[in-house]
Design a protein. Sequence first.
Length: 467
Amino acid sequence: MATYKFFEQVNKNFDRAAVYTTLPKGILNQIKACNSVYHITFPLERDNGEVETIHAWRAEHSHHRMPTKGGIRYSMLVNEDEVTALAALMTYKCAVVDVPFGGAKGGIKIDRNNYSTSELERITRRYTYELWAKNFIGPGVDVPAPDYGTGEQEMAWIMDTYRALSPTIDSAAVVTGKPIHQSGIRGRAEATGRGVFFGVREACDQLEDMKALGLTTGIEGKSVVVQGLGKVGYYSAKYFQEAGAVLVALCEYEGSIYSKKGLDIDAVMAHRKETGSILNFPGAQNLDTSASGLEVECDILIPAALENQLTEENAPRIKAKIIGEGANGPTTAEAHDILKARGALIIPDNYLNAGGVTVSYFEWLKNLSHVRFGRMERRFEENAMRKMVQGVEEVVGKKFSDDMIKKIVHGADERDLVDSGLEDTMIVAYNEIKEIRDRHKIDLRTAAFVSAIKKIGHSYEQLGIFP
Ligand code: GLU
């Protein structure tokens, strides 16, 4: 029997929020429960001929909307509790940002560094086959995506395996986060980090909230610490830097580095590529441990690595005024209470890291419609703008400069549309949860859960319960 620690944490947060809804207990219990978990073991023949048993899981937390959706992670920490908790977080996250999916998550218990590319391919394809054999995958059933330890390559293998098993016109929509030339979408790799940036920016634009923290509005000039330089952390850091924030510390598993003047994210990445570590970056100070960076004086802390990073042990030493949860479940319930009690603004994972699944939704729509966003209208829009410019020139009797025309005459392409859809999603959802927070005088995490529980509850009420 699995022990459910992480899932219990998620449910603790759920219970805190449930009291602000009027849903009957039976429906609340159904929303909370994980509908199905599949634990698979299969043999892998290693390159040297030895056979190894691989453990893998897929949890589908809620089928109130179909398909279910969520990433697949490759990590030694994967277990039934973790995938179940992460699947539940997917359910709530999708509801918060109005992405019409139920939540799921999968994982394979491996350290990917110990396997060759061809072994990883065999593991991924076999896992896909096992999911397919039990109807745990399909464009209308359950749609995986990248997560910790997986990326475009694994998604391409999953699609290819599924297509071989179920070749239909919609097979490409079986998985998201694919490479662009394998039915992916522009902006997916950046999406979670971009969403983190949009969400924190929206929070920083709220005058009253910033006043309460002793801060001014806006991102410019704020000091930021990022933990984790995977896709989420890297892109978050990049967008904060571009918006004029100062990256004072960065943390990775090999250690953390600090510079009051600010670290250039791309220079740090290049240094890490060259030396294998972020440590000893010119002009920066090495900190004691990988987690030391979390405790640095800063305005914004972005934990973008794994779960349970801010705990009751280190929370009393964490000084950030704003915590933007880029990872899933980075803050334990105890740490949340400690940080909240000293007045920190916590922007919760079940809202803040929803950018990835939001753009996954766009990718899924693109795959089902078989047309790139913007393909039909881009030129039409440009021509209409050009005519407008000419009309204004005629009326005013003056010519626009070529530079100005270039800026005005720009039809939206796929990247523009994905970015604008993501920005809108993050802004609308922030204001929804902020309104709930202010109405009930609760924190944003509880408010996000209230928002999700109400939306999921309505869908159960409207559907009835299948006899
Ligand atoms: N793994 C990402 C997450 O935890 C993305 C999931 C998806 O796109 O389905 O949100």
